[in-house]
Design a protein around this ligand. Structure first.
Ligand SMILES: Nc1nc2c(ncn2[C@@H]2O[C@H](COP(=O)(O)OP(=O)(O)OP(=O)(O)O)[C@@H](O)[C@H]2O)c(=O)[nH]1
Ligand SMILES: [Mg+2]
Length: 650
């Protein structure tokens, strides 16, 4: 399948090579051309690693592994009514089967490769192997399985995240997911854990979700036996409830039987397969995967197009100049040099202004975060823990284990709550009050400088009788463009708006950046209180279980108190993390604007330098004309790709 996409990919790869060649010929020494070459190299890299990431998650036993097996058409992952494994499992296509194991963070061990057949020496991957007498001393948080799966797409990576996983690895998997499949058992969907997790996904801005309600074969079976209409009712009811949680609307809610689907595929039984409703789900999933790959291609074509236009502009300007009479060129060049120097001077003033703005943003973020944390988060921690609704209580028979489980689910609930608060705060306060405000003030100061910078470049153009290029971006819009290249989802880099800038647009990832800091901090907290709480659970059960207050309430109080104390201790860690990340973002913006300006200055400088070497003009004129023709044909090809290979949905 997807052969057309593959063809497009190799075409664009070929185009990138040719475009790089042109750049090397026309601008071998200039820094700005190295910059263009590196942009092209980056695009090339994203295309080689263009695999789509599909992440499957859901509660224990919700049928994640069975669904993946049915997708792959073979019993690839172990399935079990009991919790199977606690690791993130990633499946990739590879000609040579092998696996990589990632020991947990606190083991201090590096990831390492193993043969698939040796896996059981390291992990209990399958519950059936539990009797194996090998000592599994190290805990692992992730395993990557590479396998030549005949009928599966080589351009997709599937990852299963187990219910308990709230570690950094799962968080990273989620944030980099292109498509999420959330599994729920159709017989008991959308319980508290599901609701919390789905809210958590929304808080992270993850809304490309397929809700797959598994076990639908069982519901249909009982309808058939008893003569009910449960299947139809379930379908209607949960489609209504779940549609608002996904970008795909009702198209994103699917009801399947993974077991009949797998059996249908293995036994080549088409009617069994059709009855599972699985093919319908696969069609929709496929459509979505195609759409995502298409977007990646569009982005690549767009970026190459941008470089192509810049080179065309440079070559056209140069050719235009060469056409003029050689002696008058020299005169013009001298006055052009003056304008160029003035433009450079103005450009130099921009950096310090941005630096002031950047440090205002960093210190503002730090101050407000401290205030927000101390007044909105910390005082609420205990009551949030009280609001938690863990599924299981504490059992007298296994107090240690259930105590840990209980604590863990309270912490998970607390984390979701805190993340929601964080997201709201960064959207409603941090971004408008700190980022937008400072950026707008800064842009107001910058405007006159940018105007002078532009007017000098314009005079330079006029003196050299260069053609004005419509696609050129001026003034504040240049800053806008540079910013959006750094922080806005890359797809929209070409959208430039005059002031005021919609800063929210430029920082869509900010809430998830802040949240990922929280996960680091919370993980720290949980590890510290888990043991304490388990001991309290044990001793309460042993000694004080007959008190007035239920054990769960008492435990929650302890968890709340401990979490609050630990969080208070971690507040400085969180703040310095935030400062680092905000500094990284603001520095990136600054660098990008500098590069943007330097590129233009370089371009003119090089133009002036080239033209001064009058003797070489004839020869260079010929080379430039050839390069311009080649460059134009690339532009035509890119246009053709957009209409033929990308815009037609496949
Ligand atoms: N009838 C039916 N049984 C299913 C379906 N999906 C899963 N099962 C059964 O449910 C049990 C749990 O399935 P798994 O695929 O292991 O669930 P899981 O979500 O991967 O479980 P963990 O990895 O332990 O979280 C197994 O016994 C499966 O055979 C389904 O669609 N229909
Ligand atoms: Mg599983």
């Amino acid at each position: 399948m997807r052969t057309l996409f593959k063809e497009s990919l190799s075409r664009i790869s070929d185009i990138i090579n040719r475009q790089s060649e042109i750049i090397s010929v026309v601008g071998s020494v200039s820094v700005s051309y190295k910059h263009y070459l590196s942009i092209l190299k980056q695009i090339q890299e994203t295309l080689t690693d263009y695999k789509l990431k599909v992440v499957v998650l859901g509660k224990y036993g919700s049928g994640k592994s069975s669904l993946i097996n049915a997708l792959l058409g073979q019993k690839f992952l172990p399935v079990n009514p009991l919790p199977t494994y606690d690791m993130v499992v990633e499946i990739q296509y590879s000609d040579k089967p092998n696996a990589t194991l990632y020991p947990t963070n606190n083991s201090g061990k590096e990831p390492f490769d193993v043969r698939i057949e040796d896996l059981k020496k390291y992990i209990f991957f399958d519950r059936e192997e539990m009797n194996d007498d090998v000592k599994k001393a190290i805990a692992y948080e992730k395993i990557v399985l590479r396998y030549p799966i005949d009928n599966y797409k080589q351009d997709v990576v599937i990852t299963e995240i187990p219910e308990v996983s709230d570690n950094l690895i799962s968080h990273e998997c989620l944030l980099s997911a292109d498509i999420i499949i959330y599994c729920m058992n159709s017989q008991s969907p959308f319980g508290t854990i599901d609701k919390n997790t789905i809210e958590h996904l929304r808080a992270l801005g993850l809304t490309s979700i397929f809700f797959v309600l598994t076990f639908f074969d069982t519901v249909e079976y009982w309808d058939l036996m008893i003569g009910n209409h449960d299947a139809e009712d379930t379908r209607r009811h949960y489609t209504n409830i779940l549609s608002p949680y996904t970008d795909f609307d009702s198209e994103g809610i699917l009801f399947v039987g993974s077991i009949p689907a797998l059996m249908g595929k293995i036994k080549n039984d088409t009617s069994l397969l059709e009855s599972s409703h699985f093919p319908e789900m696969e069609r929709k999933l496929d459509q979505m995967i195609n759409e995502r790959i298409r977007l990646k291609l569009i982005k690549a074509v767009d970026s190459v197009g941008k470089v192509n236009r810049e080179i065309r502009r440079y070559l056209s300007n140069k050719i235009e100049l060469y056409k003029q009479d050689k002696t008058s060129i020299i005169e013009k060049l001298n006055s052009a040099q003056v304008y160029l120097e003035r433009a450079k001077e103005k450009a130099k003033m921009i950096s310090p202004l941005w630096n002031i703005c950047a440090s205002e943003i960093v210190s503002g973020t730090e101050d407000r975060f401290r205030l927000f944390f101390l007044s909105e988060i910390l005082p609420n921690v205990e009551s949030w823990v009280q609001e938690c609704n863990p599924m299981q209580g504490i059992s007298l028979w296994n107090p240690k284990r259930t105590g840990t489980d209980y604590t863990e689910s309270c912490m998970k609930c607390l984390q979701a709550k805190m993340e929601i608060e964080m997201c709201m705060w960064s959207r409603e306060e941090l971004v408008p009050q700190v980022f937008s405000k400072n950026l707008i003030i800064c842009l107001e100061h910058l405007k006159p400088i940018m105007d002078e910078y532009e007017s000098n470049l314009n005079s330079l153009n006029n003196v050299l009788s260069l053609k004005q290029n419509n696609s050129q971006v001026y003034g504040i819009r240049r800053i806008n463009q540079a910013m959006s290249e750094v922080v806005g989802g890359d797809i929209n880099w070409s959208i430039c708006t005059p002031v005021p800038i919609p800063v929210n647009y430029y920082f869509p990832k900010l809430p998830s950046i802040l949240n990922s800091i929280y996960v680091v901090v919370l993980k720290n907290v949980f590890e510290k209180i888990s043991d304490d709480v388990t001991i309290i659970a044990l001793s309460s059960l042993m000694g004080g279980c007959l008190g007035d207050e239920p054990i769960e309430r008492r435990l929650k109080r302890t968890i709340g108190r401990k979490a609050k104390a630990q969080l208070a201790m971690n507040v400085n860690i969180a703040i310095s993390e935030i400062r680092n990340r905000v500094e990284i973002i603001t520095n990136k913006i600054l660098r990008s604007i500098e590069n943007n300006l330097n590129t233009h200055i370089d371009q003119y400088q090089k133009l002036i330098k080239d033209v001064k070497e009058v003797d070489l003009i004839e020869e260079q004129m010929a080379t430039n004309l050839v390069m311009l023709t080649k460059n134009n044909s690339i532009s035509d090809e890119l246009g053709l790709m957009v209409t033929k290979h990308i815009e037609c949905k496949q």
